[in-house]
Design a protein. Structure first.
Length: 251
């Protein structure tokens, strides 16, 4: 962990599927607005000509635009929250990790990305970020989320299985390294980045660790018993850098 005069971690930032999806989503929002505008124009034209069928036709076009706008807007909001979470993670790791650590953001593996892979003296980590807010439980029945709306109403939010997501990344990362002759324990971490997230972990999520970004330093300190040798770190880092270069997605 960083001392007063320590140098910040080293990092590699890969091209993100989230960023690419946000660009597509913004384009889809623009297209939806155009469709909605055309529908409105057709309705107004039908009204001026007193032609009912034109107004109906315009209303149908407008309805398509509204539906498309709702879908694309929701997608942009969800991926935007994800991108914000990844940015907060970068800032937090910059603050606590020294140059003995390498962090790779948006690490491509199989058909998905691991939000962040961290390598250093305390081990190798695969981190999945979640920017959900509200009360979040993990118990015998799985994951649950309860949010409070702006008007004080409470409702259940959608929360996929982040434990399963990070375990998939752990498995694929280990497989990739084993193909390069390296066997190493990979610690899976689910990190909630929203300051308004309140975690209630009632069931042991092993082998995954679940924590809030406010406790991220403790998350790394708690794994000090799994120390990698300098030689092991060098071998793993070489394999990770080689793999990243092969993907052609380094920013």
């Amino acid at each position: 962990m960083r001392g007063q005069h320590a140098t910040s971690m080293r990092k590699i930032v890969m091209k993100s599927h989230v960023t690419e999806t946000l660009r597509r989503g913004a384009s889809e929002v623009g297209g939806s607005l155009i469709i909605l505008g055309i529908g409105t124009l057709v309705v107004l034209t039908g009204m001026s000509l007193e032609m009912l069928w034109v107004m109906i036709f315009g209303a149908l076009i407008g309805t398509v635009g509204v539906i498309a706008l709702a879908v694309s807007g929701k997608n942009v909001a969800e991926y935007g929250a994800g991108q914000k979470g990844e940015t907060l993670l970068q800032q937090a790791l910059d603050h606590i990790l020294t140059d003995k650590y390498l962090a790779i953001f948006n690490f491509p593996i199989a058909d998905k990305d691991i939000d962040c892979v961290v390598l250093g003296p305390s081990g190798l980590y695969a981190i999945e970020t979640k920017h959900h807010k509200g009360n979040i439980w993990y118990d015998d029945h799985g994951w649950h989320q309860r949010k409070t709306g702006r008007r004080g109403g409470r409702y259940d939010g959608s929360l996929r299985n982040p434990r399963g997501q990070v375990l998939y990344g752990v498995r694929e990362l280990k497989k990739m390294l084993e193909e390069r002759g390296i066997k190493v324990f990979v610690r899976g971490v689910v990190l909630f980045t929203n300051r308004d997230a309140h975690l209630h972990i009632e069931r042991d999520p092993k082998p995954v660790r679940v924590c809030h970004i406010a406790d991220i330093e403790h998350c790394f300190r708690s794994a000090q018993n799994r120390v990698l040798t300098e030689r092991k770190i060098q071998d793993i880092e070489h394999a990770l850098r080689e793999y990243c270069a092969e993907t052609g997605r380094i920013s």
